[in-house]
Design a protein. Sequence first.
Length: 192
Amino acid sequence: MAFGAFDDCYDPTSEDKYSIRTEVHNKPCILEFLDSNREMGFAAKWELRMRESDATMLVYSVSSRKSFELITELWKEIKTLKTQMGLWEPFQICLVGNKIDLEHPRVVSTEEGRALAAKLGCGFEECSTRTSFNVEKAPYDLVRKIKTYRDNQRIRFIELQKQTLKDKERRLERKAKWRNVFSLSRTSHLFK
């Protein structure tokens, strides 16, 4: 199944991987998506993908309380895994409520979704894959956050390099000054 396409025969117990070419901040990039169901025997693959990924969307159905209640458990597992790797800070998560187009009774309100996202410290969106409403917003927002984080890290690294170079130049100037002082004191001693 391709990104942005809806398939009535979609099997959520399988694992789909797809990618799209796009532009973020006017730069070309490739987004890879893995649609994985951790609960259906894909736990090992899921953990491997979490280790490799920069971001994730935790998706629940607004018509399923159970899927919503699993989100906190998944978030804790991801946080533990990424913290062990030292990569929790840059990792980005967005909570996504899906199936807002369904006529079935909604059991998870938008306010509940927003409240959980605020509690977990992540972004929040609602969408409908059937109608393609708001489907692209969450992944593109995640990519923008990752890019912004990396750009900021690059800027910090460059600033740190500049500061290190300035510190090195100051040390060299001090050494040169002290060499001149010692050199002058030795020369003045010779003229006495």
